[in-house]
Design a binder for this molecule. Structure first.
Ligand SMILES: CC(C)(COP(=O)(O)OP(=O)(O)OC[C@H]1O[C@@H](n2cnc3c(N)ncnc32)[C@H](O)[C@@H]1OP(=O)(O)O)[C@@H](O)C(=O)NCCC(=O)NCCS
Length: 261
């Protein structure tokens, strides 16, 4: 191997793989470590929390409508030879990940509605891990999912469900790159993009054209003390605000409506 190459850090966005899941859970747990809702729902000292997140990501990766992406930090060597380039690729560090969901056509929405019943959109929630504040998880994740359904109805849209960047790599553009991926797909399809914004993400989403269309407020302290959850005391006494946000598509040369059939 020659040593003439100069290296700079370069971010690339590529599909996430099942073997990346433990690293994603590390990133999630540290990225949301100052998020009152996440701490109350998923106490970091509870071993079942990590197992739960790993199993959930593994299951969701099998969903054909889910698009899991990672931003990797590769040494981009100028003048690298083949051997060096191969070594570089194997050492790429995962610094951020995201889960986008593709739009469902109106027909798929209607088929799903038929299965679930017309009356009230039923929300499927997981069994929460031991140590979690199950009541808080149930009420907040349940309400956010119902709001998603109320707000978007049967309009096809791209949905950003998860986004987290390793705190050591925040502010370098990884989050924006992963966000832009879905926005570009939505523009291409001529459809809206939807997300629920944590307090930490709202500013970045505004900058990328998302606008608030509703919000949900939760008293973390009252719920945590009422249920005995969040034993470590983190995140107590906060009113947690989750924003519902939509981005309208920008016209692109290739934009077209997805098939409704
Ligand atoms: C929100 C989050 C995903 C952003 O990820 P990120 O990788 O830091 O995002 P970016 O680097 O693209 O942008 C973050 C900020 O850094 C700035 N930035 C981007 N590239 C930059 C660069 N090269 N140099 C300096 N600043 C830069 C951006 O302008 C942005 O500023 P803003 O917040 O004022 O808009 C990350 O902070 C995170 O994981 N937070 C905790 C979890 C969370 O809240 N996730 C959102 C769930 S809804």
């Amino acid at each position: 191997m020659t040593s003439t190459a100069t290296t700079t850090k370069k971010l690339s966005v590529v599909p996430l793989r099942p073997e990346d899941i433990p690293r994603c859970v590390d990133i999630y747990l540290s990225a949301f470590s100052d998020n009152a809702h996440s701490l109350a729902c998923f106490p970091r000292g509870a071993p079942a929390v990590r197992t739960f997140w790993e199993a959930m990501l593994r299951e969701e990766m099998a969903d054909p409508d889910a698009v899991f992406l990672k931003a990797v930090d590769a040494e981009d060597g100028e003048g690298e030879d083949e051997e060096e380039a191969a070594a570089t690729r194997s050492e790429m560090e995962l610094v951020a990940f995201a889960k986008w969901n593709r739009p469902k056509t109106r027909q798929e929405q209607h088929e799903q509605q038929d299965e679930e019943g017309e009356e009230e959109h039923e929300v499927q929630l997981p069994v929460w891990p031991a140590g979690a504040d199950s009541q808080l998880c149930q009420s907040t994740f349940g309400e956010w999912a119902r709001a998603h359904h109320r707000i978007m109805g049967d309009r096809p849209h791209w949905y950003l469900e998860m986004l987290a960047t390793d705190p050591a790599h925040q502010g370098r553009g990884a989050g924006s790159r992963l966000l832009r991926y879905g926005c570009e797909q939505a523009d291409r399809d001529g459809v809206e993009a939807y997300l629920e914004a944590s307090p930490g993400g709202a500013r970045m989403y505004h900058r990328h054209g998302f606008e608030e269309v509703g919000r949900h407020e939760t008293d973390i302290r009252r719920r945590a003390s009422a249920t005995g959850g969040a034993e470590d005391g983190n995140g107590r006494g906060e009113s947690y605000v989750n924003l519902y946000m939509i981005r309208q598509p920008s016209p692109t040369e290739r934009s077209h409506q997805p098939s409704d059939t």
